[in-house]
Design a protein around this ligand. Structure first.
Ligand code: F6P
Length: 570
C-alpha cells in the first residue's frame, strides 16, 4: 500500500501551517454562538430524559474503531449538539490541519517543526516527506536495528563487561522518555519476559535510582539512556550517577561503558560527549514530540520486554487508528467525537477536569501518561499567533484504575458540585496468564465498571429513595442527581495492538481540541522557566548568600533557602 498523503486537500489561507494570523477568533464564530444558544435550550435536560425519548440510544450512540467499542450514549448531547459541534470543527479547520499534519507540514509553528508521530507507525512502503525527503525508510531502519538489539538481549547474547549476559534493563529518562515506555511496560506486563528485570528511573531525587539499582548485579545490568535532546538535567544527572555506580561496582574504567549503556536520542553529538558509542545509539527525529515518542526508539526497553513482533503489533494498532482518524467521516470519527465532547463540557458546562478511569490494573500508569500527553499539549493560553485565548483550553486530566477510586474519590464525582466528564476503559477478558483461581474476579471487576456509569448517568431520585423507606431527613443525602457524562470504551483484551489503538485515540483527541482552540499543541514553553530558575537556585543552596544570584531572590524564596540551609547544617 502506498500511502503518500499528498493527495489530501491543501490547507486554505496563508502561513507555513496554513492558518493565517487573521483567523476569526473562536468565540466569534457563528458556530460557537449557535452552540451557546443550544446549551441554553438544553437547560437541565437529564440523561434520563434523553434515554426516555430514545430508548435505543444505548445502541445507536456507539462507534466501533478497530477493536474498540465506544459507547457515548451517556453523554449530555442530542443529535443536534453533535451536529453543531461538528460544524464548529469544520469552521475551525480541524480536517485541514489534520491533513497538513499527516502530510508532514510544519504545523508546530513556534518550533517550526513537522509533527509526524504518525510516520513512526506507517507501513514500510508508505511515503511521508519532510523537507522533500521520505522519512519512512529511516523509521524502519531504526526499528530493524532496535529489533536486532532486542533479540540479542532476549537471547542472552548481549553480554556485559565481564562476559555475563544482561538480565536487568534500566531505562533512564523523564517525561515522554519515561512515561510512555513505563506505562506500556506495565500495560503489557503479561507479554513481557518475566525472567528479565525492567526498571524505569526518572526523578532527579537520588532515591529513584537508588531503589532501582540497589538489588541489581552491575555485571548483568544495561542502562538505556532515553532523552530526545540529551541535555535534560534529570536524565543526564541520573545517567552520570548510574555510570559512576556501574564503574564502581565493576571496578572498571570507561571501557566498560560501551557494554552497559545505550542511548535513545536525536542528538548524536551529546551522546558521544557522554561517552556512549554512537553505534549503540538508536535515533529518532525532531518531528517526534517527546510525549508522542514511545513508539519510536524511545520504546526500546518495551521492545526488549515484549519482543519485536509484539512491538510491531502495537504499531499496527496505532496505525489503524491513524487511518481511521485520517479517513473516517466526521459522524463516525472517534477522536473527533471525543475531542469535541471535551470542548463542549469545558466551554458550556465549565468543566475544569476530565477523569480517565481504566478498569484494568495493568493500566495503572495510563492516566499519568495521558496527563503529559494532554496537559503538556493543550495547557496553553495563547493562540497559534500569540493572542490570549478567551476560551477554556486543556482540562486537568486525572484518575486511577477502578475499583480503587470507587472507595476514595468517586464520592465527589457522584455527589459533589463539579462537572467531571469521565472515560471508563475496560476489557472483556482478563490477561491470558492470570492464575486460574483469579479469572472469576474479572466479572466482578466488570460489573463495577458497568454499574458506575449507570449510577453516574441515571442516579437515584428522591422518590426512589423514599420508596426504600428512608427517613425524610436522610433523603437529600441518599439522593443521586445523576446526569454525569461518561464515555465507555470496551475492548476484547489489553493486547499490544489494543494499547496502540487506545493511545492513538487519545493522541488524536488532543489534536482535535488543540486545533479547535487554535493553540500549538506541540510545543511546551511552559516547562522552561522552572528549569532556568532551578539552575540559578542550586548554587545558592550549596554556596549560600555569597553565591551569585543570592541577592536577587524574592523574600519568600530567600527565606525558604535560609531554612533549608539551616536544616542541612550549612
Ligand atoms: O521539559 C519537558 C520535556 O521537554 C518533555 O516535553 C519531554 O518529554 C521531557 O522534557 C524529556 O525531554 P528529553 O527526552 O529531551 O530528555
Amino acid at each position: 500500500m502506498n500511502e503518500k498523503h499528498s493527495s489530501a486537500r491543501s490547507v486554505p489561507q496563508t502561513g507555513g501551517d496554513g492558518r493565517g494570523a487573521g483567523r476569526t477568533r473562536l468565540h466569534r464564530l457563528p458556530e460557537w454562538t449557535a452552540l451557546g444558544k443550544h446549551r441554553e435550550q438544553l437547560g437541565d435536560t437529564h440523561l434520563r430524559d434523553l434515554f426516555a425519548a430514545d430508548p435505543e440510544r444505548g445502541s445507536t450512540h456507539t462507534l466501533r474503531v478497530g477493536d474498540l467499542y465506544l459507547d457515548y450514549s451517556k453523554q449530555l448531547v442530542t443529535d443536534e449538539t453533535l451536529a453543531l459541534l461538528r460544524d464548529l470543527a469544520a469552521a475551525a479547520g480541524v480536517a485541514e490541519l489534520r491533513d497538513a499534519m499527516f502530510r508532514g507540514e510544519k504545523i508546530n509553528n513556534t518550533e517550526d517543526r513537522a509533527v509526524l508521530h504518525t510516520a513512526l507507525r506507517a507501513p514500510r512502503d508508505a511515503v511521508i516527506e519532510v523537507d522533500g525527503e521520505n522519512v519512512v525508510p529511516e523509521v524502519h531502519a531504526v526499528l530493524d536495528k532496535m529489533a536486532a538489539f532486542a533479540d540479542k538481549v532476549r537471547a542472552g547474547d548481549w553480554t556485559g563487561h565481564t562476559g555475563k549476559p544482561v538480565r536487568n534493563i534500566v531505562n533512564i529518562g523523564i517525561g515522554g522518555s519515561d512515561l510512555g515506555p513505563a506505562m506500556a511496560f506495565e500495560a503489557l506486563r503479561s507479554y513481557t519476559r518475566r525472567d528479565l528485570t525492567f526498571r524505569f528511573v526518572s526523578n532527579v531525587d537520588g532515591a529513584d535510582l537508588h531503589e532501582a539499582v540497589r538489588d541489581l548485579d552491575a555485571e548483568e545490568t544495561l542502562f538505556i539512556v532515553a532523552s530526545k535532546t540529551f541535555t535534560t538535567i534529570e536524565t543526564i544527572t541520573n545517567a552520570t550517577s548510574a555510570r559512576d555506580w556501574l564503574l564502581g561496582e565493576l571496578k572498571a574504567g570507561q571501557e566498560a561503558v560501551a557494554k552497559h549503556f545505550v542511548a535513545l536520542s536525536t542528538n548524536a553529538g551529546k551522546v558521544e560527549d557522554f561517552g556512549i558509542d554512537t553505534t549503540n545509539m538508536f535515533e529518532f527525529w525532531d518531528w517526534v514530540g517527546g510525549r508522542y515518542s514511545y513508539d519510536s526508539a524511545i520504546g526500546l526497553s518495551l521492545m526488549i520486554a515484549i519482543g519485536p513482533d509484539r512491538f510491531r503489533e502495537m504499531l499496527d494498532g496505532f496505525h489503524l487508528v491513524d487511518e481511521h482518524f485520517r479517513t473516517a467521516p466526521p459522524e463516525e470519527n472517534a477522536p473527533l467525537l471525543l475531542g469535541l465532547l471535551g470542548i463542549w463540557y469545558g466551554a458550556f458546562f465549565d468543566a475544569q477536569s476530565h477523569a480517565v478511569l481504566p478498569y484494568s490494573h495493568y493500566l495503572s500508569k495510563f492516566t499519568a501518561y495521558l496527563q503529559q500527553l494532554d496537559m503538556e499539549s493543550n495547557g496553553k493560553s495563547v493562540t497559534r499567533d500569540g493572542q490570549p485565548v478567551d476560551w477554556q483550553t486543556g482540562p486537568v486530566v486525572w484518575g486511577t484504575p477502578g475499583t480503587n477510586g470507587q472507595h476514595a474519590y468517586y464520592q465527589l464525582i457522584h455527589q459533589g458540585t463539579k462537572v467531571i466528564p469521565a472515560d471508563f476503559i475496560g476489557f472483556a477478558k482478563p490477561v491470558d496468564d492470570l492464575l486460574p483461581g483469579l479469572v472469576a474476579q474479572h466479572d466482578l471487576l466488570m460489573a463495577n465498571f458497568l454499574a458506575q456509569t449507570q449510577a453516574l448517568a441515571f442516579g437515584k431520585t428522591p422518590e426512589e429513595v423514599r420508596a426504600e423507606g428512608v427517613s425524610e431527613e436522610l433523603v437529600p443525602h441518599k439522593t443521586f442527581r445523576g446526569n454525569h457524562p461518561t464515555t465507555t470504551i470496551l475492548a476484547d483484551a489489553l493486547t499490544p495492538s489494543v494499547l496502540g489503538q487506545l493511545v492513538a485515540l487519545y493522541e488524536h483527541k488532543v489534536f482535535v481540541q488543540g486545533a479547535v482552540w487554535n493553540i500549538d499543541s506541540f510545543d511546551q514553553w511552559g516547562v522552561e522557566l522552572g528549569k532556568v530558575l532551578a539552575k540559578k537556585i542550586e548554587p545558592v543552596l550549596t554556596g549560600g548568600e555569597n553565591a551569585e544570584g543570592a541577592d536577587r531572590l524574592d523574600s519568600s524564596t530567600a527565606g525558604l533557602v535560609a531554612v533549608y540551609r539551616s536544616l542541612r547544617g550549612r
